[in-house]
Design a protein around this ligand. Structure first.
Ligand code: GAL
Length: 907
């Protein structure tokens, strides 16, 4: 057995200890290293001697994942292992990267103890200094430290990294497999303060601090007047730490040889009467799951990107993060302490692929793996124990259940009783302190909320894959309602799309992986370049910390969670002003009467700069209608006229079959019934398979048969719409009537046969000239909205372009629908049209079929027409890609319907 083929997690490592900001000198070894890639692991270690000639090797900038630097390829799987399941053996094909770097020992380090630290290496590394073997380690996202004795002057570090090892069985997280030294490598000249453990609790206005250290030291917190010996408790008046008010106190812990700087936050986590509390207050986790990801660097995430993540979370009202599914870079946790996020810190553990063996030989219950489990938990807790932001420890993810997991809890409870233990896989709650579920339905969450028991949270919910998540607002309403529910964490923060020269962003299969899970890795609230998706904007609205309501002539604000000072701005039509809501409510501003539909918008914005956003940043808003719409003019007196080629009526030219051919001089196509949409990831999801239902119903290939055309007062065209091979269909009447300068189109739909299954949408689609470019509308905007998404959208007048109305989902799918629209104007250099009514619409340069066929956005090409689809119904989005489908009230079926839109030409 080789070290990479063994249950033993490491050899030669120092015991784990806290991540410390010390004044001990450091030498960061990041930079250009020498690199050689081999296809297998079983190689002679010919390269470890200091004088080995590596001049023929490549240069690699460490930290990085080598597949993202041109050596081999990334590989994506969700649950399945990308190698045969025969623990503890890795496959023979085992890409192995040999690394070498030389460094000069600073002169003043002579005689000091020195530690060599690796912050992240996937998945197994063996290390030599100046030819002498130091040992090996596994635990990709865990810290590893060796005691080393560098010699004065030049030293050579040699590291052999294997992509696969026994430990890969414990690291089956749903993400790209990305080997390499992907976090920093550091040398630290040690003082004597190897470890520090901060205990800082809070109760009734007072904090108690005790700092345990590996050797006696002095603890000072100047701001609090604390100066005590390590191990001695001091109790003083303090302000507590919380995600909303992340009050930190600068402290030092010092011996003669070393000073460690700490930022201390006082808080106490407790569970009382089944409610999770911090500082005696119920914890309301409005969270998100965060994998470390950058489209160019994978999990070698630059510091600025980590900071951007925290800032984006704060600006979108997210107050909690689960570090799925491993401890993040330590700097990320410092940012959570500083800027304020509640954290569930999760151990680097997942064995999901054993699901396919019926959990047989699952490491969680196999004694040989016990030490690895305990080792992973120790290395997680010891490194991260001093962060006030961490309020729960998580044992890992999707590793079923077993004695090794229970043993991890046993160790945690002994070492750090101050934080409850989380693990979703412990269905019986035998060794956890909170009950956790993923993707439970709304109904079940409501039921759990009503049952007595230990605190409950959804460690994953609202799967943000592609268009969605639908049903988010309804979940958060349940969190708000039941004290037992501590909240939940949306899955997940960012799409793991890797930047690709031709595909824009790559997902599973794009590197020719023999086994992969496609675009299941594209399921975040941020697009890969960190642009917020519509889903994140919805999250911001439903996670609002204050709720503004307008009713009975008053504007009222309710604080759901502590917020910094706010200002309240209102606007209606061209008018605007400020409201004084300091007493909690105020009368509506005096408003004149408005000529058309008008809404009052009240925005809550930051009154002062905060570390995470500037004054004026919008926290939330509310709207209230203050003037109703004026009914459109219908009936202009014109009647259809026969022409040589068919009919004309007002601005419309129709062919002999009564089908529209031109409108206001623009060549257009006739509107026809449309019941399909390019399936979303959620439509395709394993819990819905709506794409298959729609396929079986032929909704994507409907045909339209003329049943009659009558020209009287109005022009009436009757069609039967149906799909080949199917008996059922829909009887559709299109009635064109004069309406001022335009035409009113009334569409009446009647099912012909039984249609019990959900349809995608109830709409008409028509081609417009490709010259159409600009879009202006009054309705919900600026972004997309479906029946169960779009909490973020406001009613108003919005402007965009055809291209700007497309939501750039990495895998193309239905998107960009604007909802509750009263009118829309579509224009271009050759003219355009205005449509008024009450509808939703999409407008795009390709057909639904093109959209559905494309695997990547680069496949979408502008066609000869701009397709306009006007709908009066859409199937809800739901989260069936990994969770429940749309709620019953958002399921759309074909029903007898009639609707009218008024179309007017625009020059
Ligand atoms: C969960 C899992 C996550 C992710 C998600 C689906 O079961 O914990 O890691 O795979 O499903 O995207």
């Amino acid at each position: 057995m080789s070290y990479y083929d063994d249950f033993v997690p490491h050899q030669g490592l120092r015991p784990p200890r806290a991540h410390l900001d010390t004044d001990a000198p450091r030498l960061v070894l990041d930079g250009d290293w020498r690199f050689r890639l081999s296809p297998v692991a079983d190689l002679p270690a010919d390269f470890v001697a200091p004088d080995f000639d590596d001049s023929g090797w490549d240069t690699l900038a460490v930290p990085c994942h080598w597949p993202l630097r041109g050596y081999g390829n990334p590989w994506y799987t969700n649950v399945v292992y990308p190698f045969p399941v025969d623990p503890p053996h890795p496959p023979e094909d085992n890409p192995t990267g040999d690394h070498r770097v030389a460094f000069d020992l600073p002169d003043d380090w002579a005689g000091r103890r020195v530690v060599l630290r690796f912050d992240g290496v996937e998945s197994c590394a063996k290390v030599w200094l100046n030819g002498a073997e130091l040992g090996f380690f596994t635990g990709s996202r865990l810290r590893a430290e060796f005691d080393v004795t560098p010699r004065p002057g030049r030293n050579v570090l040699a590291v052999r990294v294997h992509q696969w090892s026994a430990a890969s069985y414990l690291e089956d997280q749903d993400q790209w497999w990305l080997p390499g030294i992907f976090r920093s490598v550091t040398l630290e000249a040690r003082g004597d303060l190897d470890d520090v453990f901060v205990h800082a609790s809070y109760r009734d206005g007072r904090g108690t601090l005790r700092v345990d250290t590996s050797v006696p030291a002095t603890v000072s917190v100047p701001e609090l007047g604390i100066e005590v010996a390590s191990g001695v408790a001091a109790t003083v008046a303090v302000q507590p730490w919380s995600a909303e008010r992340p009050r930190l106190y600068d402290a030092t812990v010092a011996t003669d040889s070393e000073t460690v700087r700490l930022r201390i936050g006082f808080r106490t986590v407790s569970i009382e009467d089944g409610v999770l509390l911090v500082n005696g207050e119920p914890l309301a986790l409005r969270g998100v799951n965060r994998h470390e990801f950058h489209p160019d660097h994978g999990r070698a995430v630059p510091y600025e990107t980590m900071r951007e993540d925290v800032l984006l979370m704060k600006r979108h009202n997210i107050n909690a993060v689960r570090t799925s599914h491993y401890p993040p870079h330590p700097a990320f946790l410092d940012l959570c302490d500083e800027l304020g996020l509640w954290v569930i810190d999760e151990c680097d553990l997942e064995t999901h692929g054993f699901f396919f063996t019926g959990w047989e030989r699952n490491p969680s219950d196999v004694p040989e793996w016990r030490e690895s489990y305990l080792d992973r938990m120790r290395r997680t807790v010891e490194r991260d124990k001093n962060h006030p932001s961490i309020v729960l420890w998580s044992l890992g993810n999707e590793s079923h259940t077993g004695a090794n997991l229970a043993a991890m809890t046993g160790w945690v409870r002994d070492r750090d009783p101050s934080r409850p233990v989380h693990y979703e896989g412990d269905a019986d709650c035998a060794y956890v302190d909170v009950y956790s579920r993923m993707y439970a339905t709304h109904a079940e969450v409501a039921e759990i909320g009503q049952e007595p028991g230990i605190p409950f949270l959804q460690c994953e919910y609202a799967h943000a894959m592609g268009n969605g998540p639908g049903g988010l607002a309804e979940y958060v309403a349940l969190f708000d309602r039941y004290p037992r529910i501590a909240g939940g964490f949306v899955w997940e923060w960012i799409d793991h799309g890797l930047r690709h020269p031709s595909l824009e962003y790559a997902y599973g299969g794009d590197y020719g992986e023999p086994l992969h899970d496609g675009n299941f890795v594209i399921d975040g609230l941020l697009f890969p370049d960190r642009t917020p998706s519509p889903g994140l904007l919805d999250v911001k609205k439903v996670y609002e910390p204050v709720r503004v309501t307008v009713a009975d002539g008053r504007v009222t604000v309710e604080e759901l969670r502590p917020v910094p000072p706010l200002r309240f701005e209102w606007s209606a039509g061209d008018l605007s002003g400020e409201l004084d809501l300091s007493s909690g409510s105020a009368p509506l501003p005096e408003l004149p009467s408005f000529a058309g539909e008008t809404w009052l918008t009240v925005r809550a914005v930051l009154a002062q700069d905060q570390p995470w956003a500037a004054a004026g940043h919008e926290i939330t808003w509310a709207q209230h209608q203050v003037a109703a719409a004026v009914a459109p003019v219908v009936g202009g007196g014109d009647r259809p006229q026969r022409t040589g080629s068919g009919f004309s009526l007002g601005p419309g030219e129709f062919d002999r079959t009564g089908r529209l051919r031109a409108f206001g001089g623009l060549p257009v196509g006739a509107p026809h019934l449309a019941l399909w949409r390019a399936p979303t990831d959620n439509d395709r999801g394993e819990n819905a398979h709506l794409d298959q239902t729609w396929h079986a119903l032929g909704l994507h290939r409907l045909t339209h048969r003329l049943d009659g055309v009558e020209a009287g007062e109005t022009l009436v065209v009757r069609e039967r719409t149906a799909a080949a091979a199917l008996a059922r269909g829909a009887l559709v009447t299109y009635e064109w009537a004069s309406a001022g300068a335009g035409l009113a189109l009334t569409v009446s739909v009647e099912p012909d046969g039984e249609w019990p299954e959900p349809i995608a949408r109830l709409a008409v689609a028509m081609p417009l000239p490709a010259s159409i470019e600009h879009v202006t509308w009054f309705g919900r905007g600026p972004g997309e909205a479906y029946p169960d998404t779009g909490s973020a959208t406001l009613v108003g007048r919005w402007e965009s372009t055809v291209d700007g109305m497309q939501t750039p989902y990495v895998r193309p799918q239905e998107n960009g629908r604007r909802a509750d629209v009263r009118w829309a104007e579509l224009t271009g250099p050759d003219g355009g049209l205005r449509i008024a009514g009450d509808f939703g619409f999409t407008v795009r340069r390709w057909t639904d079929a093109d959209l559905a066929a494309a695997r990547h956005r680069n496949e979408l090409r502008a066609g000869a027409a701009v397709w306009l689809t006007i709908d009066v119904g859409q199937q809800g989005i739901g989260t069936a890609s990994c969770g429940p489908g749309a709620l019953p009230e958002h399921v759309l079926t074909l029903r007898k319907t009639a609707f009218t839109v008024v179309c007017t030409p625009l020059s």
